[in-house]
Unconditional design. Structure first.
Length: 277
C-alpha cells in the first residue's frame, strides 16, 4: 500500500476544523484584547492599573468569587452526597432544581435575590434589625455567586460519587476505621480532582459574572462595584482601550489562579493513582 492506513479516519479534517474553531472563537479574540489594550500606551496602562477604583473592583470580584467557590465546595459536596446516597421525597425535584441557575436568565436571578434580601424584602426585613445587610453589600455579591456556582460543584462531584462503591466503606469499617477516617482517607481523596474541577468552574463563572450581581450589588463606588461593571462603564464611554485593559488584567489574574488550581488537581490525581496527560 502506497498510503498507510490511519487509525482515525478523517483525522486531518477533524484537526483542521478544531484548530480553526479554537482560533476564531478563542485565540483571535483573546489576542485582540491584548493588542487593543496596548493601544493606550504605558502611561495609560499604568494609570488604569493604579486606579484605586479599579483596584477595589478587581479585589471585590476576585475575593467574592473565591469565597463563593469555597462555600459551594462545602454545600455542593453535601448536596451531591444527599442526592447520591439517600432516597427522600422530592429527590427528583431537588435534582432538577440544581440546574435552575443554568436555565434561569442571570438578570432574573439578580432581581429575585435583590427582592428577597433588600431591606424591605421578604428575608431582608428580618435581617436588617439584626444589623445584617445582604443586598447592596459584598455579602449580597457573594450570595449571588454562590447561587450561580453551586451547580458546577454538584454536577462534577455527583458522577464520581456515584461510581464509588459502598464496599469500600464497608471494607474500611471492617478494618477498624471510624466514619471520619473513612471520609478523610477513602472518600475525599477520590473526590478531590472533581472538587478542584468544580471549584475552578465556579470561580471562573463568578469572576466574570455580571447579570445576577449588578442588581444586588448596588454599584457603590469603592464599595460594591465589580470589575465587569468597570468594563461596561468604559465601553459606554467609548473607551475601548481602557475596557480591554481591565479585561486583560482580569484574564491574566484568572489564568494564574486557574493554573494553580490545575496544578493542585494534577497533584490530587497523582495521589489517587490517576495519570494526567
Amino acid at each position: 500500500m502506497s498510503q498507510r492506513s490511519r487509525v482515525l479516519p478523517g483525522f486531518g479534517l477533524s484537526l483542521g476544523f478544531t484548530l480553526a474553531y479554537v482560533s476564531f472563537i478563542v485565540l483571535i479574540p483573546l489576542a485582540a484584547v491584548f493588542i487593543k489594550s496596548f493601544g493606550i500606551g504605558w502611561d495609560g496602562l499604568w494609570e488604569i492599573l493604579t486606579s484605586e477604583r479599579i483596584l477595589k473592583s478587581l479585589q471585590l470580584s476576585f475575593s467574592s468569587a473565591l469565597i463563593a467557590a469555597f462555600i459551594n465546595v462545602v454545600f455542593g459536596l453535601l448536596l451531591a452526597w444527599c442526592l447520591v446516597r439517600y432516597n427522600f421525597p422530592g429527590k427528583r425535584l431537588v435534582d432538577a432544581l440544581v440546574d435552575l441557575p443554568f436555565a434561569l436568565p442571570t438578570a432574573v436571578a439578580g432581581i429575585a435575590l435583590t427582592s428577597l434580601y433588600a431591606p424591605t424584602g421578604w428575608l431582608g426585613q428580618y435581617l436588617e434589625p439584626l444589623g445584617i445587610q445582604v443586598a447592596y453589600s459584598p455579602i449580597g455579591i457573594t450570595l449571588a455567586l454562590v447561587f450561580i456556582g453551586i451547580p458546577f460543584i454538584v454536577r462534577t462531584v455527583q458522577p464520581v460519587l456515584s461510581d464509588i462503591e459502598t464496599e469500600l466503606e464497608e471494607a474500611a469499617s471492617a478494618l477498624g476505621a471510624n466514619r471520619w477516617q473513612t471520609i478523610t482517607k477513602i472518600i475525599l481523596p477520590i473526590l478531590l480532582p472533581a472538587l478542584f474541577t468544580g471549584f475552578a468552574l465556579a470561580f471562573a463563572r463568578g469572576v466574570g459574572e455580571y447579570g445576577s450581581v449588578i442588581f444586588i450589588a448596588g454599584n457603590q463606588p469603592f464599595k460594591t462595584e465589580i470589575a465587569p461593571l468597570m468594563i461596561i462603564s468604559r465601553l459606554e464611554e467609548y473607551d475601548y482601550a481602557g475596557a480591554t485593559t481591565i479585561a486583560a488584567v482580569m484574564l491574566v489574574l484568572s489564568f494564574i489562579i486557574l493554573f494553580a488550581i490545575n496544578l493542585l488537581q494534577a497533584w490530587a490525581n497523582r495521589r489517587t493513582g490517576r495519570n494526567v496527560t
